[in-house]
Write a protein of this length. Sequence first.
Length: 196
Amino acid sequence: MNFLDLVIIEQKFTDLKSLKRTALLINIIGCILGLSTLVFQFFNEILIYLSFVYPIFCIILVRYYRGLISIEPEIRPNLPTISIGFMLSCFGLIIRTAMDYNVLDYKNVWVPSSVIALLILIIYYFNQFKILIYNKKNFVYNVFIIILIEVFSIYSVIFINCKYDQSTPQIYETQILKKIKKNSKGGSSYYLIIEQ
């Protein structure tokens, strides 16, 4: 082994240490962002915007480092992963939007959320689609990531729509066809069947 080989090995080791520090920083920021989005009410709008942008930033960061930092911990176990920060920032947005907004009809949400999810997944799986899909031990993880990105897209569309919808509420009058009352320990629940 000559001097040049030692310099190359030292450079790779230094690069790996800096990549691990970068991945740790991304995970810490994602954890803080996800948890603060859930807990704090003061800067709620800013935190939700950051939670919306952060997972996309994580995917672009993975593309920038060309596989040296990954979101999938099982595919490259000896490389640094940012899966915790990625997932917690997604969960922060999903849970906060679900707590703040109550949506009765999701039919107008499916098309825009599917387009957003498809764009994110194209960026995510751009170069390594065959590696990720054909690897059987990562199949469950990939299905989880696809579902997480779709749910993230659904709640992103709901947040953007509910936050910026300045239209006046509309009142519809309809007849109640049937009323069902169910008694339980916590109180009574009412179920109404109404006209279309």
